[in-house]
Ligand binder design. Sequence first.
Ligand code: E4P
Length: 218
Amino acid sequence: MKFFIDTANLDQIKEAQALGILDGVTTNPSLMAKEGITGQDNIINHYKAICEIVDGDVSAEVISTDYDGIIKEGEALAALHSQIVVKVPMIKEGVKAIKYFSDKGIRTNCTLIFSAGQALLAAKAGATYVSPFIGRLDDISTDGLNLIAEIRLIFDNYAFETEILAASVRHTMHVIDCAKIGADVMTGPLSSIEGLLKHPLTDIGLEKFLADYKKGNA
Ligand code: E4P
């Protein structure tokens, strides 16, 4: 399972990269705005800075919603760095654009996936990744993990190469559940990854080992 971090915060990206388990980064316009990154030049420079930190795929989202605009923006983003994956929304114009990018060898992440049908369509168009938003489904009392399971089944039935990128992961249990179901990738906050480290018995055990060592080597 690949681990992506879902943030535009450079310090958090550096911290995750330093852990040695980071496979990529996802961003979106909201995450950029949260870091105060505004204006096209600053946004472009920020993507470049992220690519310099991380060894792996960096999703950069288009703002356009018309076909020509998505193509123009996506081609410019893809040209920034070989690690850039163009993030395209699940709309009709987006599906057409994903097909175009796929034919051109430009990698894509189809975002805002909330149904198995949308994932199937994106895979048919040749998306590199589909991003089902499990947390946002959970927010409206709909089982986000069930969507991952449905997409896994469909992609396996037809051997689609499109990877399932479980997005809108909110906490550590989401990560475990996505791994059990077979999501190819998860993207979430640093806390969802660091939560995997923690167990009280590990802390208690380590404290005891160190105390016993001290006693024996006083
Ligand atoms: C995915 O690529 C999105 O950026 C993200 O996972 C959305 O997460 P949220 O629902 O916590 O905003």
